[in-house]
Design a protein around this ligand. Structure first.
Ligand code: AMP
Length: 210
C-alpha cells in the first residue's frame, strides 16, 4: 500500500521475482481491460481517467476471480487492493474462502515532492508493463522499452490534474484502511524514498527477519 507514485508497482515486480509468487495488480488488470476494450474496460475507463476509485462491487468480483486462479496456491502479492473499508471486508472474505491469511501489509511512504517528481517522469511499456523513469530508471534508447521495443507511454492518469485527485482519494479513502491493518499488527512501514534497489533491500530485510 501507499500513495500513487510511491513505487508500489516497481517494488511488487521486484518482489515477485524474489519470492516467486504472482503479482496481482488491480491497476494493471484494469488498464489491460481498458486497452482491450472489454466489457469491464468500458465500465471502468471513466474512473481511471479521472482518478476515481472503481466501485467496490466491480473490484470485489475482479479480485475474487483473480485470487481463485490456481497460480496463487503458493502465495501471492497484492498491489493496489484493498483501497476502501468495504474492500478490506471483501478481501477478508475471499481469503477465508481460500483458507489463507495476509502475512504482511507493506506501506511505502515518501515525501509528496518526491511522489510528484516520480509520477511526472514515469513511463510505462504498454506491451509488457515494464516501468521506467526518465531520470532515475531510463530505458537504453529514449522512449523505447528495453525488453520488447514497444514505444513507451505516459499513463493518462499521470497528468497533474488527475494526480492531485488520486492523492486526495488516497488520503480520504485508503489511509483509513492502513489503520485497520495496523490494529492486526501486520503493517510494516517502509521508507520508499531513494533508489528502487535500496527500497527493495529494506523490504527484503523485513521479510527475511520473520
Ligand atoms: P494504480 O495503478 O494502482 O494506481 O490504479 C490506477 C487506477 O485504477 C486507480 O486510480 C483507480 O481508478 C483504479 N483502481 C485500481 N485499484 C483499485 C481498487 N482496489 N479499487 C478501486 N479502483 C481501483
Amino acid at each position: 500500500m501507499g500513495p500513487p507514485g510511491v513505487g508500489k508497482g516497481t517494488q511488487a515486480k521486484r518482489l515477485r521475482e524474489w519470492l516467486g509468487v504472482p503479482h496481482v495488480s488491480t491497476g494493471d488488470i484494469l488498464r489491460e481491460a481498458v486497452a482491450e476494450g472489454s466489457a469491464l474496460g468500458k465500465k471502468v475507463r471513466g474512473y481511471l481517467e479521472t482518478g476515481q476509485l472503481v466501485p467496490d462491487g466491480v473490484m470485489g468480483e475482479l479480485i475474487e476471480e483473480r485470487l481463485r486462479r490456481t497460480d496463487t496456491a503458493g502465495g501471492f502479492l497484492v498491489d493496489g487492493f484493498p483501497r476502501t473499508a468495504e474492500q478490506v471486508e471483501i478481501l477478508h472474505r475471499v481469503l477465508q474462502g481460500l483458507h489463507v491469511s495476509l502475512d504482511r501489509v507493506f506501506v511505502l511512504t515518501a515525501p509528496e515532492a518526491e511522489i510528484v517528481r516520480r509520477i511526472s517522469g514515469r513511463r510505462l511499456c504498454p506491451k509488457c508493463g515494464r516501468l521506467y523513469h526518465i531520470d532515475s530508471q531510463p530505458p537504453r534508447a529514449a522512449g523505447v522499452c528495453d525488453g520488447c521495443s514497444a514505444a513507451l507511454v505516459q499513463r493518462p492518469d499521470d497528468v497533474e490534474s488527475v494526480i492531485v485527485e488520486r492523492l486526495a482519494v488516497y488520503q480520504k479513502q485508503t489511509l483509513p484502511v492502513v489503520a485497520a491493518y495496523r490494529g492486526q499488527g501486520i503493517v510494516v512501514e517502509v521508507d520508499g524514498s531513494g533508489d528502487a534497489e535500496a527500497v527493495s533491500a529494506r523490504i527484503r530485510s523485513e521479510l527475511g527477519s520473520s
